[in-house]
Design a binder for this molecule. Structure first.
Ligand code: URP
Ligand code: ZN
Ligand code: ZN
Length: 461
């Protein structure tokens, strides 16, 4: 059995912070010693002096190889997971899509095929349900038993992805029986469609109109409606990619009433703003995503939400489309710009820099938001999300002082831009270990393509 001793690092979990040596045997953590007290062993030694040793990141919101708006997201499971690994993420939960008329089994099989033989890190699936006849509702139970324990529903994109309130309510009720979790895309799609049609009729075609036709109130209203539906069904809810302070208020209010409502935000809503849509020419297309970037000021509310636990996770919603040939599909009509932006590789460094270095969150909270909390919410804890004997040896040796300049050319995401071009961040991944295997070292990917395991996730407890 292979042995790896990570020596002298500052071990940080959601609750601990101490100097120690981590012994990895095979794919799991076998022991942790006070710094310098590990016995002499036949092991590869990794010196982590001056570095943090943290649990591998878990990105619970990615879209690899996903068809959208007449094209497909630019990263597949190979390039996307290698990029994730470079950024310190060792597990993802991606979204499989059930198209209208399909069974969940068909959707699941299709996404398994996309990932198998390609994923370089461990991966699970949420299932997007776009059509809920009785048979599909029953099938939700089968998926939950097979480890696909969460379902994403859309309150926007009528005719494509959107589900009506009755179907949403039935899906919520079903999770009350099978222990699954509903993840909600909360935007009022019908209001947005009216605003989009009106804007186009008035000749507004530039990318910024994507944001101007998706007001924060449309997100807040849908968030509140989703909370009410979940409350009436008596089940928890997880709101994905929350962007607006107005929507966050609805989550905070519900949590203050003791309801089990959860939400994530994403780096783009913490670091970018509506002003990016005003960049010259077609540049604003880089930031066309849903919900859109919000006016400056919203980000501080989100940072407070992260610090106060009104928001429980930071995921990426990594859904990359190249400017060339993909975003360009919407030149002359903002509604045809594929929705989404890249971010799978930059999440950990951005959150460390904006959060810990800037004193908005503690280093423990950083670990909680990027790893522990998604592991707990999505049924992966304690194998993932912490550093403890018996847990998977998914570990990152993270340099809290190294500064890097984010740049599309040096990142590994397969897309021709990063929304963070030129931004200098403090805090960078040095070495990445996935189930005991060093997969990134000295900026090089050393793992084998296809080594990632499918994660059969548990239901919530
Ligand atoms: O614009 C986005 N967020 N694209 C990905 C699909 C989704 O709604 O998460
Ligand atoms: Zn969404
Ligand atoms: Zn998404």
């Amino acid at each position: 059995m292979s042995r790896l001793l990570i020596k002298g690092g500052r071990i940080v979990t959601a609750v601990d912070d101490y100097l120690g040596d981590v012994l990895v045997e095979g794919s799991t953590i076998s022991a942790i010693f006070a710094a310098g007290t590990a016995p002499a062993l036949d092991a590869r030694v990794l010196d982590a002096t001056g570095k943090l040793v943290i649990p591998g990141g878990i990105d619970a919101h990615t879209h690899l190889d996903m068809p959208f708006g007449g094209t497909t997201s630019a990263d597949d499971f190979e390039s996307g997971t290698i990029a994730a690994a470079h950024g310190g993420t060792t597990s993802i939960v991606d979204f499989a899509i059930q198209y209208k008329g399909q069974t969940l089994r068909q959707a699941c099989d299709a996404w398994m095929k996309k990932a198998e033989g390609k994923a370089a890190i461990d991966y699970g699936f949420h299932m997007i349900i776009t059509d809920l006849p009785d048979a599909v509702e029953k099938e939700m139970d089968v998926l939950v038993k097979e480890g696909v324990t969460s379902f994403k529903l859309f309150m926007a994109y009528r005719g494509v992805l959107m589900l009506d309130d009755g179907s949403i309510f039935r899906a919520l009720l079903r999770t009350g029986e099978n222990g699954g979790t509903i993840c909600m895309h909360a935007e009022n799609g019908d209001v947005i469609d009216v605003l989009v049609r009106r804007a186009l009729a008035e000749g507004h075609t530039a990318p910024k109109w994507h944001a101007l036709t998706r007001p924060p109130r449309a997100e807040a209203e849908a968030t509140y409606r989703a909370i009410c539906l979940a409350e009436m069904a008596g089940v928890p809810l997880y709101v994905v990619h929350l962007s607006a302070a107005e929507a966050l208020e609805k989550i905070a209010e519900a949590r203050d009433r003791g309801l089990p409502m959860h939400a994530e935000t994403c780096p783009q809503y913490l670091f970018l703003s509506y002003d990016n849509y005003e960049e010259p020419g077609f540049e604003g297309a880089k930031y066309v995503m849903s919900p859109p970037l919000r006016a400056k000021g919203n980000e501080e509310a989100l940072w407070r939400g992260l610090a106060m636990n009104d928001l429980q996770a930071v995921s990426t919603d990594h859904c990359p489309f190249c400017m060339k040939e993909q975003k360009e599909l919407g030149k002359g009509d903002f509604s045809k710009i594929p929705n989404g932006a890249p971010g799978i590789e930059t999440r950990m460094s951005l959150l460390y820099d904006g959060g810990v270095v800037k004193n908005r969150i503690s280093v423990n909270r950083f670990v909680e938001l990027t790893s522990t909390s998604p592991a707990k919410i999505f049924g992966l804890f304690p194998e993932k999300g912490t550093i403890a004997p018996g847990s998977d040896a998914d570990l990152v040796v993270f340099d809290p002082n190294r500064k890097v300049t984010l740049n599309a050319k040096t990142l590994h995401q397969r897309v021709d831009y990063t929304p963070y071009e030129g931004r200098v961040v403090q805090g960078a991944t040095d070495t990445v270990i996935s189930r005991g295997e060093v997969i990134v070292e000295n900026g090089k990917f050393l793992g084998k393509v296809g080594r990632g395991n499918f994660l059969r996730r548990r239901t919530r407890t």
